[in-house]
Design a protein around this ligand. Structure first.
Ligand SMILES: Nc1ncnc2c1ncn2[C@@H]1O[C@H](COP(=O)(O)OP(=O)(O)O)[C@@H](O)[C@H]1O
Ligand SMILES: N[C@@H](CCOP(=O)(O)O)C(=O)O
Length: 312
């Protein structure tokens, strides 16, 4: 259950006075999600999602909320934050930063079909194109420097073979530079649980709190590594090909991106292998996350190392 901060109807009704959203009708906690507290909020004007941020601070929110607003304005399927009477998207509620966004229909899928993968690829490319006119910048807090440093902190906990495999991958990635590839706004966590689907249509990408400026191809690799990954951990070639075809129907890869793709798939898997190892071996005290299996991404890195077909 991801309602860490409870809000009662009276407190919310009072907070809602800062918006032009009418009267509170219903407040309902959302069980899904890991990091933040989420509620469905119904007012006389419609249905919204209230997010109370458990980790991010008020002054860190404008990048993410303005980005979602920008993308929604450009037709990218994602929630649109609602501005209050002071023209801010976020303010304190129960002592924590909070915002309201439009409520989207649909739900996440566990076992996507080819049409859904294609739709994700198309919408991700639209996000990359629309992000080009977003003026704010954010560096990727989980880039190569982060995974090198993080790997160094987890080697001592790992068995020799796994540590050697991680060390080899960090070393391999260190010897590859992606500076020459197209960059822009990336979601950076476009896993299946961060996309609401309405049948085969994208209702919306959610959870933009890893969004940043980075190599566009890296974002595509993150999506393929999750959307096309079968329950046995191997990549389903048809799903990967379809997602990539969807993406490239909107933004075809440049020749340099085609060349960089096999290495990028490994980089994207390494990022989540490392973060999952950190969560496993050094969970932050009070951090509201549950541990996801790092082995899934270790196996993926090792499988990418030896494959010859990369679905392009
Ligand atoms: N804009 C939205 N419209 C509809 N449902 C949403 C919206 N945002 C979040 N949700 C629901 O809330 C759940 C948790 O959201 P998520 O952003 O993943 O939370 P967390 O930040 O805690 O991981 C989602 O799985 C989805 O069911
Ligand atoms: N989608 C990720 C979870 C989000 O990243 P984290 O760095 O906060 O763990 C995953 O499945 O590992």
């Amino acid at each position: 259950m991801s309602v860490y901060t409870t809000v009662d109807n009276d407190t919310l009704a009072q907070w809602l006075e800062r918006y032009a959203l009418g009267e509170l009708v219903e407040l309902k906690g959302i069980a899904a999600g890991i990091t933040n507290t989420n509620y469905f909020v119904t007012t006389t004007h419609g249905r919204y999602v209230l997010t109370i941020f458990e980790v991010l601070k008020l002054d860190e929110l404008p990048y993410y909320l303005e980005l979602m607003s920008h993308l929604a304005r450009h037709g990218v399927a994602c929630p649109a934050p609602i501005a209050d009477h002071t023209d801010n998207f976020a303010s304190l509620l129960a002592g924590k930063p909070a915002c309201l966004v439009t409520c989207l229909p649909g739900s996440d899928v566990e076992a996507p079909n080819a049409a859904q993968c294609r739709a994700v690829g198309e919408m991700q490319a639209q996000l990359h194109l629309a992000g080009a006119t977003f003026p704010r910048k954010m560096h990727n807090p989980r880039g190569p420097r982060w995974w090198s440093q993080t790997a160094a902190t987890v080697y001592p906990y790992m068995n020799e073979a796994d540590a050697a495999s991680l060390r080899a991958e960090v070393h391999f990635q260190d010897s590859h530079r992606f500076d020459h590839l197209p960059t822009g706004v990336v979601h950076a966590d476009l896993f299946k649980d961060n996309v609401l689907m309405n049948g085969d249509t994208i209702a919306g990408f959610i959870d933009f709190y890893y969004a940043c400026n980075d190599v566009l191809l890296y974002d595509v690799a993150i999506a393929v590594n999750d959307w096309a990954r079968r329950p046995d951990g191997e990549i389903d070639g048809e799903l990967a090909r379809t997602l990539l075809a969807g993406y490239q129907s909107i933004r075809p890869f440049e020749a340099e991106e085609q060349r960089g793709w096999p290495v990028m798939l490994r980089a994207a898997a390494l990022r989540f292998w490392t973060s999952r190892l950190l969560d496993l071996y050094q969970p932050q005290e009070g951090e509201l996350t549950y541990t996801k299996d790092p082995k899934v991404f270790q196996r993926l890195v090792e499988a990418h190392r030896v494959r010859s077909d990369f679905w392009l």
